[in-house]
Ligand binder design. Structure first.
Ligand SMILES: *[C@@H]1O[C@H](CO)[C@@H](O)[C@H](O)[C@H]1NC(C)=O
Ligand SMILES: *[C@@H]1O[C@H](CO)[C@@H](O)[C@H](O)[C@H]1NC(C)=O
Ligand SMILES: *[C@@H]1O[C@H](CO)[C@@H](O)[C@H](O)[C@H]1NC(C)=O
Length: 593
């Protein structure tokens, strides 16, 4: 018995060496084929118009394009309009509204390291699911799902959410992390906020003097009045700068770089990813490579400066594609390419309102799709996606049916042989039937497009019809910006509710199959359209009936304030700075060469 077992083990090792695709079962039973590794690339704010194989003929993304040729391209893949909810959906297979990561009134993404409202520990992430199966798990790059703990043993950080290893930026790249501007500046300029602040101070001073003239106020009163007005404005500006305190790099739960520098950042990230794959080549692994690009502040290695014909944004995309290529070629060198599922996507559409003061476009491009990041127009939520699994998904497959980010988890569960928990509802569907048998219909009829906790739009795919309808209950208002580009230029970031939006009753209905750019709404008096509207209304109320009570929006809002206490720091008073040891390594390698 024992000898047979040992023999089988030896055979297993031989097979492993020969084809690199099989490993002996750990408990020395039957030699089972090793379940596939999973690599997920998440790009940041990259739009449908940014990638070569999605129709961009001037941006060079050969590595991503090759994946599409070897696997499947999903041309109607939907995300949420903003990073935090989108990433939560990808990690859990469920819409974030089900677990409070999307709540009306909540700031839509986490801005501060200490913000509560991250991914709750009650969710089972893809990493937790695969860890159960013996996978090694790593997340490299951007997290943006919180690092605080609601209670002990109930934390949101990557290590608490199933990742053995985390190296990256716990929040998101921001203008504030660079030297140019801050996210507050960009928003304040679009809103004319600085002018309003100045006039509020002038008005306060004038009022104080008026009251003095009327004999109602003393000079002491006047000076206090003016001081309070100035202090209030100063406080706003100061807290607006507090976002930059979150610009750090972490390794697991420790801050290893403060403040974040872009120096060798791309190489630092992918070399950690490659190191992880090499260390775990004899065991199935999950690698989530979550690029910090192409979000502003844009950054590049010297060799990618002026690499593209689209300025710094294009340089960013091409550097990111190269970085993905480095990881993919390592995978190939390790002999694991044939047994690895690779998925590529972006967390939301391009942010078309991003322009520098000099007028250079620094945001993503959504191609023919209307609107921008932050909105539920197609440009905000339709994102490029590619999935490759050799031997399962036929090369060159193109799927045009609607899919969305929550589908990734059930698909990964299927190919790795994991059973999903049955105690909760999943919004995602296993994509394998669709990918391997295009004729098979998705059983999904409706897809709800949330915007800050509101269902602003719904997709409807009537059974037995090839038409996809999209209904808008509320839309972000688009106005022309530089070069005639349409976007939410009045608010810098598209809004879900309030003055920069338009409500529609009856809803706007588009036939996306024939009008993907959402140019001409269907006639709402047409009986066919009336029927569509009523079917969708019924589905919305059914869906809402199955949701938990949302988190209290006010407490959620207060939770999103900066709290310098209770967050990790590195270094010592008063500067709290530290330098990443990996950066030192790259710098010394450079001087040696
Ligand atoms: C390709 O991408 C760049 C950068 O976003 C953009 O400026 C350009 O318009 C895109 N080209 C096409 C054909 O979409
Ligand atoms: C900002 O500028 C300083 C000085 O030029 C530089 O040392 C630092 O790395 C820059 N920071 C970023 C994030 O680019
Ligand atoms: C493929 O789709 C067709 C049509 O929906 C169905 O009849 C068939 O059983 C499917 N085949 C597989 C292998 O799922």
């Amino acid at each position: 018995m024992a000898l047979g077992c040992a023999m089988r083990f030896v055979t297993g090792v031989l097979v492993l060496i020969l084809v690199g695709a099989f490993a002996p079962a750990a408990e020395c039973g039957d030699v089972k084929p090793r379940p596939p590794n999973v690599i997920i690339f998440i790009m940041d704010d990259v739009g449908m118009g940014d990638i070569g194989c999605f129709g961009n003929d001037t941006i060079k993304t050969p590595n991503i394009d090759r994946l599409a040729k070897e696997g499947a391209k999903l041309t109607q893949n939907m995300a949420m309009p903003m990073c935090t909810p989108s990433r939560a959906a990808l990690m859990t297979g469920r819409l974030p509204v089900r677990y409070g990561v999307e709540t009306p009134g909540r700031t839509r993404v986490l801005f501060f390291l200490t913000a509560h409202g991250g991914l709750p520990s009650s969710e089972t992430t893809m990493a937790e699911m695969l860890k159960e199966k013996g996978y090694a798990t790593a997340l490299i790059g951007k997290w943006h799902l919180g690092i605080t703990c609601e209670e002990e043993n109930s934390c949101s950080d990557p290590n608490s959410q199933g990742f053995d290893y985390f190296y990256g930026h716990p929040l998101t790249n921001l203008l504030d992390c660079g030297n140019v501007s801050t996210i507050f500046d960009a928003w304040a300029k679009a809103r004319g906020f600085y002018t309003k602040m100045k006039s509020s101070v002038v008005a306060a001073v004038a009022a104080a003097f008026l009251l003095k003239g009327m004999g109602v106020m003393s000079w002491k009163g006047v000076s206090s009045f003016i001081l309070i007005a100035l202090a209030a404005n100063g406080l706003i500006l100061l807290s607006a700068k507090a976002t930059s305190l979150g610009c750090v790099m972490m390794e697991n739960r420790k801050i290893v770089e403060q403040p974040l520098t872009y120096d060798h950042l791309t190489e630092r990230l992918h070399s950690r990813a490659i190191h992880f794959m090499e260390n775990h080549q004899h065991q199935p692994f999950l690698l989530v490579m979550s690029f910090i690009q192409a979000h502003t502040e844009l950054f590049n290695m010297d060799r990618f400066r002026h690499h593209s014909v689209h300025g710094r944004y294009g340089d960013n995309l091409e550097e990111m594609d190269w970085s993905a290529g480095e990881i993919l070629s390592s995978l190939k060198k390790l002999g694991l390419e044939r047994n690895t599922l690779v998925y590529v996507t972006s967390d939301n559409g391009g942010h078309v309102e991003e322009f520098t003061d000099e007028g250079e476009r620094h945001g993503g491009w959504n191609g023919i799709y209307k609107g921008s990041k932050g909105s539920t127009w197609e440009g905000g939520i339709r994102v490029p996606a590619i999935i490759k699994l050799p031997g399962v998904i036929p090369p060159g497959t193109v799927v045009s049916q609607p899919t969305h980010l929550p589908d990734v988890l059930p698909t990964v569960a299927r190919v790795t042989g994991v059973k999903l928990p049955t105690d909760r509802l999943y919004d995602g569907r296993d994509l394998i039937p669709l990918l391997t048998n295009g004729s098979s219909e998705m059983t999904r009829e409706f897809m709800f497009h949330y915007c800050a906790g509101f269902i602003n739009a719904v997709r409807y795919m009537p059974k037995g019809s090839d038409t996809t309808y999209k209904l808008h209950y509320r839309t972000s208002r688009l106005v022309p910006g530089p070069h005639g580009i349409e976007g939410c230029f009045d608010s810098f970031l598209c809004q879900c509710v309030g003055p920069d939006t338009d409500q529609h009753d009856p809803p706007l209905v588009y036939d996306l199959t024939r009008d993907p750019s959402e140019t001409k709404p269907l006639d709402s008096k047409d009986p066919r359209v009336i029927d569509v509207i009523s079917k969708v209304a019924k589905a919305v109320s059914g869906h809402q009936g199955e949701l938990p009570k949302p988190r209290d929006p006010w407490s959620a809002w207060f939770n999103n304030l900066p709290r310098p206490w209770g967050r990790p720091w590195c270094g010592n008073f008063p500067f709290y700075t530290c330098t990443d040891p990996y950066l030192e390594k790259f710098k010394s390698m450079k001087t040696k060469n």
